[in-house]
Design a protein around this ligand. Structure first.
Ligand code: GLV
Length: 331
């Protein structure tokens, strides 16, 4: 008998077709948003789950779903997983790295450009019919080429942004990360490690690309914003919660920094109401990886992880490899 899996959100039909070759699939093609108790109910008897960053895999859910063996995230981030609890319960988590790196780096750079060059603000002005004449300082923004690009979190996506900035826009690239990149990678990115305080103080454009964790909560708050240049822009394509959104809205209103571009928000899809009322912020609904081909590749990778683990015994991109010996491989 085929193992049973739950596809917790709507997904490309061809991905469902592929999964159906191997599994009894229960899918949520209506894309209903389930409360945690509903997710637990839907997960009953399931050995696998195809999840997105929106489904929280908690200790409570794991305790209530003893048949579960794997949750495959269609996302590179996995802060929706309680990975310790999953390991303790013998449940594997997988994510979808690599396939979205360049697409997400492209978007990070697009958001940087839109923010620095005031794209949204000026378009709203035009659409509202306010454009009546040329003016010497109309929507004069910040220079991008030749400026200093700061990157906080220098993983694959951070490196992609660094390369775009250094090679495409002649930017001076600095980064901060727990560990230094090796010399060859630093050279390829033309990037230099600096302390966090130097990063904050020296960046003309600061892009956040670090993973979310409890320790990373409010990495950028009142104190950090105060250390930035008043002409600086801040771009967050990492995760909501890394920036204190209330503090950022106040800083944007008070001119502590010049502008921000945000693709992720604390408590999204809710957006802090103060961010909606400041003009010097570009807001997008968590779409950094959203191209047709990349979203397809992410969904295929999540599906392939389910097949690789539940059918062949070894996942492609496992997150918690140290499962108890009896459950590390299901074969
Ligand atoms: C998107 O935020 C992802 O983690 O893939």
């Amino acid at each position: 008998m085929k193992p049973s899996i739950l596809v917790a959100r709507a997904v490309f039909p061809e991905v469902l077709d592929k999964l159906a070759q191997h599994f009894q699939v229960t899918s949520n093609q209506n894309d209903e948003l389930w409360m945690p108790a509903q997710l637990i109910e839907k997960m009953q008897g399931m050995q696998g789950a195809f999840t997105t960053g929106s489904e929280r895999i908690s200790a409570e859910l794991l305790a209530a779903c003893p048949d579960l063996k794997i949750c495959a995230n269609m996302a590179v981030g996995f802060n929706n997983f309680d990975l310790d609890a999953m390991s303790a319960a013998g449940v594997l988590g997988t994510n979808s790295p690599d396939v979205l790196t360049d697409t997400t780096a492209d978007f990070g750079f697009a958001l940087l450009l839109a923010t620095a060059r005031r794209l949204s603000e000026s378009e709203h002005f035009l659409r509202a019919g306010h454009w009546s004449r040329w003016r010497y300082d109309m929507f004069a923004g910040a220079e991008v080429h030749g400026s200093t690009l700061g990157i906080l979190g220098m993983g694959r996506i951070g490196q992609g942004i660094a390369k775009r900035g250094a090679h495409g826009f002649g930017m001076n690239v600095i980064y901060h990360n727990r560990s230094h990149l090796d010399a060859a990678t630093e050279a390829a990115c033309r990037a230099r490690w600096v302390s966090k305080s130097e990063l904050l103080a020296s960046s003309d454009h600061l892009v956040l690309v670090l993973p979310y964790s409890a320790q990373a909560h409010h990495t950028i708050g009142v104190a950090e914003l105060a250390q930035m240049k008043c002409t600086a822009t801040l771009v967050n394509i990492a995760r909501g919660g890394i920036v204190d959104d209330a503090a950022l809205a106040a800083a944007l209103r008070q001119g502590v920094i010049a502008a921000a571009g945000l693709d992720v928000f604390e408590g999204e899809p809710a957006v802090h109401p103060d961010l909606l009322t400041v003009s010097n912020v570009v807001l997008t609904p968590h779409i950094a990886s959203a191209t047709q081909s990349t979203r397809r590749a992410m969904a295929q990778l999540a599906a392939d992880n389910l097949i690789a683990y539940l059918v062949h015994g070894k996942a492609l991109t496992p997150l918690n490899c140290k499962l108890p010996a009896t459950t590390a491989s299901i074969k």
